[in-house]
Design a binder for this molecule. Sequence first.
Ligand SMILES: [Zn+2]
Length: 343
Amino acid sequence: MKTVFSAGQLAHDPRHEISDGELKPAVEIPARAEIVRARILEAGMGDILAPEEFGMAPLARVHDAGYLDFLDSFWTRWTEAGRGGEAFPFVWPVRGLRADPVPDHIDGLLGRYSFDAGTPMGEETFAAARASANSALTGARLVAGGDRAAFALCRPPGHHAAADYYGGYCFLNNAAIAAQWLRDAGAARVAIFDVDYHHGNGTQAIFYDRSDVLFLSVHADPREEYPYFLGHAEETGIGAGEGFNVNYPLAPGADWGVWSAALDAGLERIARFAPDVLVVSLGLDPYEKDPISRFRLTQDDFTRLGARLARAGLPTLFVLEGGYAVDALGVNCVNTLTGFEAG
Ligand SMILES: [Zn+2]
């Protein structure tokens, strides 16, 4: 299986994030990508390719034009306001306030186009996010061209980013951008299976009213876990999309037995949907030793995950999402991919 990755994705290098009432060291850091890359080389999994440049058009198929302009102009606006370093929003257009008209001031824009304060933005953030999206798109092109599977080593991750907001360390929704590109390249139906510990709220929101992209997510119950405001079982889609959004929220403490039952239910739903392509939002944070997770998957369980995904028998694009047990991230990621290849 080929991997797609570029060093440009490392340019987003945050120092801090706001969590637990403190300014703490950031956890979504370049070392995440480097350790996955190192493990791929160590395991001899296959070539690591640099992504092609796809430009802004595939991003604009998924993201709002005003949002993309905000990301592009962020650093200029931030420095013109006399700031440097990292930006965090602190005011949001919640119920009863107006998201439109869009403010002019950078502090207003940060709130308009985000949903949490846990996601630092800096000078290189958008360039790195674009490089990450290009890796997803290049992986999509490999699969569309006949590869059984490809791995987009995406970092920054994407699944919390919706059409017009960032958050959860995500700026561009790599999996959604790739899925839309696959549709535009001729796939009639695409399934996205999100196995990250956290609900893929951005991906759900992007495809919620559509029947051509089936979204499924196995994740921690949002009553207990981030992102708190989406990911419940009763969210099944709207309009033409009714029945094409499937959430499996699980209680904290889920082990492989509980977790894989949801996985199997999702794979059955995918089989009935009969997609041309499967996109896997591959979060490795269901891992038992992940610092921000309360699921209990072991390193061997990730090999089992890969094997079960392989049984779907579909061309498959893996897109890296979360996973913060940095030392084990490479092993868990490559276990999934080699489990798929052997499956
Ligand atoms: Zn996660």
